[in-house]
Design a protein around this ligand. Sequence first.
Ligand SMILES: *[C@@H]1O[C@H](CO)[C@@H](O)[C@H](O)[C@H]1NC(C)=O
Length: 523
Amino acid sequence: MERAKVFCFLISIILTCGDAAKILVVFPMPSRSHGNLGDGVVRHLLNAGHEVTYITPFVYKNPPPNLRSIDVSATFDIMPIDMTIKNIMDRTINIENVGSLVYMMTEMLKKTVETESVQKLLSDPKEEFDLVVAEWMFSDVPAGFAAIYNCPLIWLSSVEPHWMILQLIDQPTNPAYTVDIMSIYTPPLNFFQRVNELWTQLKVKFLNFVWLDGVQEKAYNQLLAPFIAKRGRQPPSFDEVRHNASMILSNAYVSTSVAQSLPQSHKFIGGYHIEDKETALPEDLKKIMDNAKNGVVYFSMGSNLKSKDMPEEIKRDLLKMFGTLKQTVLWKFEEKPEKLPSNVHILQWAPQPAILSHPNLAVFVTHGGLLSTTEAVHFGVPIIGIPVFADQFMNVAKSVNRGFALRVDLSYSLAAELKDAINEVTSNPRFAEKAKELSYIHHDRPVKPGVELVHWVNHVIKTRGAPHLRSPALHVTFYQKMYLDLAVVLVLLFLAGRVLLKKICAAVCSKKECSAGGRKKNN
Ligand SMILES: *[C@@H]1O[C@H](CO)[C@@H](O)[C@H](O)[C@H]1NC(C)=O
């Protein structure tokens, strides 16, 4: 038996070896959720037998075989250090605008490329890759990594498809029925929303044209192009490089995205980061959840924002309020309060997928981060969102629009409002029903998202960039799409026609006049 197993294992290694490729995965964003998305990509690629080099700020202590991780934790320098819940509440923080985001991402890329180990990687002429997978995060510059190795590029998008990324492989989408990456609307749009989306798109396009494209081009020319020249090739233009991706893999699915028409080189892989194998609950936690006759409320503000950084009075109010609930409460909290109500349990560390998959879980109270939201849909649990910053407002607004969530604002009356919301979500069955429905849609696909990811990666490698999937729209310029050239031709024809007509008229008329005049003379 054991022998057969070993034999099978060896055979599978040999079989996968034939397909093994060298892949560079670029995820320098110093945020745990982006790190999780990168880790997910790496895990699937390694399982498929590929050899992976991984640029990440989250160092692997014991990297598995076939993985070389390159530490770029220097990118943490770009994050504001005092980003705690209390600080965000007590002063009005600047909700990120596109301009500052692009600047921040350019800075991050600079830190990444300037890291010594990355310099070594990029300047070593013996280093070759069959594919680059890079996260798109408000910057097209990482496309330059693929240009260095002259290999295909796949963008991994952490969010649902939006016009800013789709224009890199096809064209911007129509703002009348698709929304911006930062928008809180869900189509169908009313008049005001439609105008607003058009305005956003025009505004960002204008900013790109006069300013941000230049910032990115400069970054590409300074940071990455020299490595291409070092390899003895003429660096292609930034415009060529950024429009050369073979595919976009989106961390989204129609369960939570708008069913818009998409180019063939866009694929959904939302949920791929969640491990297939059931993560078991620790014994004590399992007992608590099994015995929760009135259901469980799970409260976690994610890994970046910590509950312990909330103002003292909010923490006190929350604890008191949780004590009055009939449900069992699991609170991911980095402190241990002294007097705990008997139905409240503090978790220093929370095995989130295992908690969310437990049948007694009634509601997930979350900051509305992208991954937490995806996990809620994956496991079919309703949420109460307390958005704090960045895309969380948008995620929560969309979840509310989709009918499986309520939103509560971060304020000094949080506890009271949260209590009402918990009562509403746990007593009105529509929230849980909607969550189950979305979860069904989320899982009802021909193959699992991780399998799909590996499939398209292999496809792009084997077909050397999948040129057959590229959208012809990419090479059609704006004036051609709008038939402005035809308009010009028609106008010219019209003008020429008019001139011609006038000439003919004039000729005919003058002849008449001539003959008329002639007759007069004859008289
Ligand atoms: C463009 O993409 C093709 C196919 O993926 C690749 O072979 C080529 O090296 C890329 N060119 C540049 C300039 O990145």
